[in-house]
Every structure is written in structure tokens, then in C-alpha cells.
Design a protein around this ligand. Sequence first.
Ligand SMILES: [Zn+2]
Length: 108
Amino acid sequence: MIECKQMEKLIPQFLDDDLDNQDLSDFLDHIDSCPECKEELTIQFLVRVGMQRLEDGNTFNLAQELERELTEAKKKMHRRKTLVLISYVLEISVAALFALCILLTIAL
Ligand SMILES: [Zn+2]
């Protein structure tokens, strides 16, 4: 699947927290529905996070941590989307106010 090849490339960026909203959204959707990519993500997560933990001498529950990571990413994406929406609404409001001012200037 072409999509899987693309998603594989996004895994390191996901782990670096380096995806924009659109990519993150596609990535999370795909991970939810594709066991192979989820496994690949798990492996890369293990290599990256797990090895560090082992060096630190900490115990950890990999599956649980990855789930938390994914949940956090979804929350963050949701927050970002809300922010985008808010700034959009604000822009519209400013534009509307501006238009109103012009109308008032002309009318008065
Ligand atoms: Zn896939």
C-alpha cells in the first residue's frame, strides 16, 4: 500500500513531535486502522524511547506509554484545531467590525 510507505516516513517525525496538523491527523487515522504501521511505530518507539529508558535504568510499560503518546497526540491535535478555529472566528469578527466601521463612516 502506497499509504503505508508514506506513513512509515512520518513515524520518526511523529516521534519528534514534528508533524503538522494535517499529517498528524492522517497519521493517527492510519495508525488506528493499520496494524502493520502500528507495529512499525511500536518498534521505532521502542528503539527510541525504550533504549533511553533502559540506559536510565527505569522500568516502563512500552505498550501503555505508546498508547499514552497517541492519546496525547490526539488531544494536542484537537487543541490545535480549536485554536485554528478560534483564530478564524476572530479574523472574521475583525473583518466584520472593519466592514461595519466603513459602513458607518459612509452612512454618517
Ligand atoms: Zn499502514
